[in-house]
Design a binder for this molecule. Structure first.
Ligand code: G6P
Ligand code: MG
Length: 225
């Protein structure tokens, strides 16, 4: 049972990586490569925990996992994060609209046709480049600038700002996420949370689907009834 009824919903605030497209795989690949270089053991928990987390916070999590958080200066940490980002940017430069996850284009078209407002709430500073390569820029007239945030997910700030950009009350917005930290952020922002992916990981989502193809307005309406 969701917090509000489906009829009260006016806008959608989307995460990007792992929801619109599978860039989460590229983030994972680039971080895993850096962790190997730093001699930090990679694990599924670390991989899941990094989803939705900003670049510098992700690096801190990796260093902490290897008990190496005090081994590098600030400048060295910036250099390591830049190295990861260079690898990531190289991967996303090859992206095309074929990298849009199943059903997403149709869902965005349906949202538009039904008058819902749409915003992007990604922690990624590469978000606009990814949208451009996917040819989806026009669908996202409102994008929260991650550089403007004082706190990252799971803090609600990014989702609160998403609703603000749309000029909507948070409770009339649905937030869509693949990360546990993102679901926590949406719930704390008092929006309705839709999770895409693993039931255990996304146990706090108001509504959950196994994959993007299942995310339709009809299915959301059914799940919120
Ligand atoms: C998203 C991804 C994270 C990534 C973060 C920052 O939230 O889920 O894996 O670390 O964005 O991305 P950036 O492209 O700015 O390094
Ligand atoms: Mg994500």
């Amino acid at each position: 049972m969701a917090k509000v009824s489906f009829e009260q919903i006016k806008g959608f605030v989307f995460d990007l990586d792992g929801v619109i497209t599978d860039t989460s795989l590229y983030h994972t690949k680039a971080w895993h490569q850096l962790a190997d270089k730093l001699d930090v053991t990679w694990s599924k928990e670390l991989e899941d925990g990094l989803k939705g987390i900003s670049r510098m916070d992700s690096l801190e999590m990796i260093l902490k996992a290897g008990h190496k958080e005090n081994d590098y200066t600030h400048d060295e940490k910036v250099a390591l994060a830049t190295e990861k980002n260079t690898n990531y940017v190289n991967e996303i430069s090859k992206m095309t609209p074929e990298n849009i996850l199943p059903g997403i284009k149709a869902f965005l078209d349906d949202l538009r046709a039904n008058g819902y407002q749409i915003a992007l709430a990604s922690a990624s500073k590469n978000g606009p480049t990814v949208l451009k390569n996917l040819e989806l820029t026009d669908y996202f007239p409102k994008i929260v600038d991650p550089a403007s945030l004082s706190k990252g997910k799971p803090d609600p700030e990014i989702y609160t700002k998403g609703a603000e950009l749309l000029g909507l009350a948070p409770e009339t917005c649905i937030g869509v996420e693949d990360a546990a930290a993102g679901i926590e952020a949406i719930n704390a922002a008092n929006e309705v949370s839709v999770g895409i992916g693993d039931a255990t990981l996304l146990k706090d989502a108001d509504v959950r689907f196994d994959n993007t193809a299942e995310m339709t307005l009809a299915n959301i309406k059914k799940a919120m009834a």
